[in-house]
Design a protein around this ligand. Structure first.
Ligand SMILES: Cc1cc2nc3c(=O)[nH]c(=O)nc-3n(C[C@H](O)[C@H](O)[C@H](O)COP(=O)(O)OP(=O)(O)OC[C@H]3O[C@@H](n4cnc5c(N)ncnc54)[C@H](O)[C@@H]3O)c2cc1C
Length: 394
C-alpha cells in the first residue's frame, strides 16, 4: 500500500465516513451512544416479552437528544439535515427496528403532518411537547380492509354544527395505545381530511395488537372511533385528499431507506465477528471460501445501500428528491437488508436463531418493514409506472 492511503476498514470499506462532516458525526455518535446504553442491553428481553417497557421514558430521552421531529424546524425541533436524520434512523435501527419505528412515526408521520398541514394553534399545542417526547403521536391511515389502497377507507367524519363526528377503525397503528394525539385520516364530504385527535376524547380507544412475531419491541394497535366528537379546529386545515398522508409517508420512507441498513449492519457485523472466531474442520469458518463469498456479497449490498441512502439524503437536503426516488431506496434497501440478515443467520449456524445474537430479531423485524410504508409490490408499481408511463395499480 502506498504511503498516505488510509487502511482498508472492514466496517467502512468504501470510506463512506469521509462523506460526513463534524456535525453529522456528532449526531451519529450521540444516537449510537444512546442506543448502546439504553436499548442494546435490554432489547432481546423486550423482544422476547413482546413489550416495549418504559416507552414513555424512552420517548423523553429521545426528545432530549433531539431525535423526535429531528429534521423539522421551530417548535422545539432540532432542525437537523435530512442526512443527519437518516444517520439517526440507521443507528436506532441497528439497535432495533421497533425503536426506529417509534421515532419515525412520532417525527416523520405524526409531527410532520401537524407541522406541514396544521394550523398555528395546532402546532403550538402539540409540537413542542411531541419534540420533547412528553406526548407520543400515532398516525392512522391503514384500515382492516384498506391497506395498500387507502383511497377506499371507510373511516369518516361528518359535520355536526361546527363540530366533527368521527367514526371508523384503523389497524396496525404504531404507538397507538400509548399516544396522546392520533393523526387520523378520514373520508369527509370534502374528500380525505386529517384530524389531530386527543386520545382522551370520549369514543376513542386503542386496544393493543398482540401475538406479533415481528416488531415485538414496538407498540402496535387498533384505533376504534365510535362517535368521537371533535371541535372544528381538530381538522388539519392545509390539506385535502390523499396527497396529505402520502407526503407524510414519503418522509417516513426516506428514514427507512437508512434505517434498514442499520439492521443490516448489525447483522453483517455479527456474522463477520462470528466467522473469525467460530472454528470447524480445524479453522475459523471465515477462512472458507463459501463463507467469504457470503461476507463479500453482504458487504457489497450493505455499503451500496448506505451510499444510496446518502445520495437520497443529499437530494432531500437540496430539495430535489422525488417520491419515485424514495420508492427506489425503500424497495432496494429493505429487500437487501432482509437478505443480509438471512445470510448472516446462516453464517451463525444454530446460534443464528438465538436471541443471544441480533440477526434473527432483525430479520423478523424487517418482515414488517418490508410491508409497512408501502409493500415491495407497491414500490415496484411506483417505479414501473415512472419507467413506463403506464399505471398498473388496478
Ligand atoms: C408492525 C406494523 C406497523 C404498522 N404501522 C402502521 C402505522 O403506524 N400507521 C398505518 O397507517 N399503518 C401501519 N401499518 C400498516 C401497513 O402500512 C400496511 O400493512 C401496508 O400498507 C399493507 O397493507 P395490508 O397489510 O392491508 O396488505 P394488503 O394491502 O392487503 O396487501 C397484501 C398483499 O397484496 C399485495 N398487493 C396489493 N395490491 C396489489 C396490486 N395492485 N398489485 C400487486 N400486489 C398487490 C401487497 O403488496 C401485499 O403483498 C403497520 C403494519 C405493520 C405490520
Amino acid at each position: 500500500m502506498s504511503a498516505g492511503k488510509p487502511q482498508f476498514d472492514p466496517y467502512d470499506p468504501l470510506g463512506i465516513d469521509d462523506l460526513l462532516d463534524e456535525e453529522d458525526r456528532a449526531v451519529r455518535d450521540t444516537v449510537r451512544g444512546w442506543a448502546a446504553d439504553r436499548v442494546l442491553p435490554h432489547v432481546a428481553e423486550w423482544y422476547e416479552r413482546g413489550e416495549l417497557p418504559g416507552i414513555r421514558e424512552l420517548a423523553v430521552e429521545l426528545g432530549s437528544i433531539g431525535a423526535l421531529g429531528m429534521s423539522l424546524t421551530g417548535y422545539g425541533c432540532a432542525g437537523a439535515s435530512a442526512v443527519q436524520y437518516g444517520l439517526a434512523c440507521l443507528e436506532l435501527e441497528a439497535a432495533d427496528s421497533g425503536i426506529r419505528s417509534l421515532v419515525s412515526v412520532q417525527g416523520s408521520l405524526a409531527m410532520y403532518a401537524i407541522h406541514r398541514y396544521g394550523s398555528e394553534e395546532q402546532k403550538q399545542r402539540w409540537l413542542p411537547r411531541m419534540a420533547a417526547g412528553e406526548v407520543i403521536g400515532c398516525f392512522g391511515l391503514t384500515e382492516p380492509d384498506h391497506g395498500s389502497d387507502p383511497a377506499g377507507m371507510r373511516t369518516h367524519a361528518k359535520r355536526d354544527g361546527s363540530d366533527w363526528i368521527l367514526n371508523g377503525r384503523k389497524m396496525w397503528i404504531t404507538n397507538g395505545s400509548v399516544a396522546g394525539v392520533a393523526v387520523v385520516w378520514a373520508r369527509t364530504d370534502e374528500g380525505i381530511r386529517g384530524f389531530a385527535v386527543p386520545t382522551d376524547t370520549p369514543g376513542f380507544s386503542a386496544p393493543e395488537i398482540k401475538h406479533k412475531w415481528s416488531l415485538r419491541a414496538s407498540v402496535t394497535s387498533e384505533l376504534v372511533m365510535d362517535d368521537v366528537r371533535l371541535p372544528a379546529d381538530a381538522v388539519l386545515p392545509e390539506v385535502t385528499g390523499l396527497r396529505g398522508p402520502l407526503s407524510c409517508l414519503n418522509h417516513a420512507r426516506y428514514g427507512i431507506v437508512w434505517g434498514a441498513m442499520g439492521a443490516a449492519r448489525s447483522s453483517f457485523e455479527a456474522a463477520l465477528e462470528y466467522s473469525r472466531t467460530r472454528e470447524q474442520f480445524g479453522r475459523p469458518i471465515g477462512g472458507f471460501q463459501l463463507t467469504q463469498a457470503k461476507l463479500a456479497d453482504m458487504a457489497l449490498e450493505l455499503h451500496k445501500g448506505i451510499l444510496l441512502a446518502h445520495h437520497l439524503g443529499r437530494r432531500m437536503d437540496a430539495g430535489t428528491l422525488r417520491p419515485e426516488q424514495v420508492s427506489f431506496g425503500k424497495l432496494n434497501n429493505v429487500r437487501e437488508a432482509i437478505e443480509i440478515c438471512r445470510t448472516a443467520r446462516t453464517v451463525l449456524g444454530a446460534n443464528g436463531i438465538s436471541l443471544e445474537y441480533p440477526v434473527m430479531r432483525h430479520a423478523t423485524n424487517l418482515e414488517s418493514v418490508l410491508t409497512y410504508e408501502g409493500t415491495v409490490e407497491m414500490h415496484q408499481l411506483v417505479l414501473g409506472k415512472a419507467l413506463t408511463g403506464l399505471d398498473a395499480f388496478r
